[in-house]
Design a protein around this ligand. Structure first.
Ligand SMILES: *Cc1c(COP(=O)(O)O)cnc(C)c1O
Length: 396
């Protein structure tokens, strides 16, 4: 079974986790350096970073504009911070939020815009700058969970706006097991973030680092091909649902430990991963080009765009036969993913909230038609097998 994603974790990460803990501040410094940002502040999850960032920006009781098509933990964090997420539809071209719709959603109660470079496609910074010039009182937060070093016309997405947030769990471009990061070029904002973190986030204590070591060891074992087939069987049977489901359609909530600090074990793993970053991105760009070249002109699927500066956290095709393709893949040894398979303002927990007040035809269609292809660390044989599987499906 070719897995839908495969974290690039090996002995170096395992050794670091068990034997070479790293201070959080050291990981933060390394992260800031890699992203070319002045400051980085670490959190137990990206969503914790977002909630506390809004607090540090003094934003409360405000509307926060975010994409309808993004990870659902983002609006959860907005709600938990005492604000209201307002959703805008996406652009069909590159999956990102439609910035004209963002401008249309702005009113006197707007506190911030969360600009997301979804799947690694850089947000249009020229259009965003234009918005900021006309609405200087509104904060701009870059959600770089999928994009890390993405750039728009050679300008870093990360360093545009007031701050950027990152998720660094095992499904992301690089990982510190769990964890999140906020970067900012404002020393004053970084200082406020650190003092809020000091007040609100508990130290991790004794058990959490041990639990994280065991979790990492289990993840590395689970991605061993033989084990993965078994895990995949368990997942399909529903037995793993309590472990792998990251959201409940009807609830707005945060993980129980979202205010328990990042551990030095996670900082150790994250620090090793920083050194792999450039290889990981180069590899993803090459795979995206390979897929686009080899899947061109097949009836029944639409290919994603290739964009300069994109980081391809996911390689996402669109097909009206999504469910059948996923099933066909599983029967033929290829696990296709479906991230993101929902349009947030259509979810039970959000549909009646004031922020779901617009129309979402593009996001809604994307939720129903997007399928992501395996993209990480797969051999040439694996990639060719994925291509063959998609072709055979489309011919049938
Ligand atoms: C993963 C992710 C986050 C943050 O996730 P955490 O799980 O809270 O670390 C934020 N935005 C997007 C788009 C994501 O995919």
């Amino acid at each position: 079974m070719i897995p839908r994603f495969r974290p690039q974790l090996g002995w170096d990460e395992l050794k670091a986790a068990w034997f070479k803990p790293v201070a959080i501040s050291e990981f933060e410094n390394g992260f800031a350096r890699l992203m070319g940002a002045r400051n980085a502040v670490a959190f137990p999850y990206g969503r914790t970073g977002l909630a506390l960032l809004l607090e540090a920006l003094g934003i409360k009781g405000k509307e926060i504009i975010c994409p309808a098509y993004t990870c659902v933990v983002v609006p959860h964090a907005v709600v938990v911070s005492g604000n209201e997420p307002v959703f805008v539809d996406s652009r069909p071209e590159d999956f990102n939020a439609d910035l004209d719709a963002v401008e249309g959603a702005i009113n006197e109660n707007t506190g911030a815009i969360i600009a997301t470079s979804i799947f690694g496609y850089p947000v249009d910074l020229d259009r965003l700058d234009d918005l900021r010039r006309r609405h200087p009182q509104i904060a701009v937060i870059q959600d770089c969970a999928h994009s890390f070093g993405a750039s728009w016309k050679c300008r870093d997405v990360v360093n545009d706006g007031d701050a950027a947030i990152f998720g660094i769990n095992v499904s992301k471009l690089i990982t510190s097991i769990f964890g999140g990061m906020v970067t900012t070029n404002s020393d004053e904002l970084a200082q406020r973030l650190r003092s809020i973190r000091y007040k609100r986030v508990e130290p991790p204590g004794y058990w959490k680092p041990l639990a994280r070591k065991l979790y990492l060891t289990a993840v590395i074992a689970a991605f061993n091909p033989a084990v993965y087939a078994a895990v995949n069987f368990l997942e399909r049977s529903g037995l793993l649902d309590p472990f792998v489901r990251y959201y409940d359609e009807s609830l707005i909530d945060m993980p129980k430990d979202y205010l328990i600090g990042l551990t030095d074990v996670e900082a150790a793993v994250g620090s090793v991963q920083l050194g792999r970053y450039h290889d990981i991105i180069a590899r993803r760009r090459a795979v995206a080009e390979f897929y686009n070249a080899n899947l061109a002109a097949i009836d029944g699927i639409d290919l994603p765009p290739l964009v300069d500066g994109a980081t391809y956290s996911h390689y996402v095709i669109r097909t009206p036969y999504k469910a059948r393709l996923i099933k066909f893949g599983l029967e033929n040894g290829v696990q296709f993913g479906q991230l993101i398979e929902y349009c947030i303002p259509e979810m039970a927990s959000y549909t009646n909230r004031p922020g779901a007040r617009f129309q979402y035809p593009v996001s809604s269609a994307m939720a129903r038609t997007t399928v992501n292809l395996p993209l990480s660390n797969d051999s040439r044989d694996d990639l060719e097998k994925v291509v063959r599987t998609v072709k055979r499906f489309c011919e049938s």
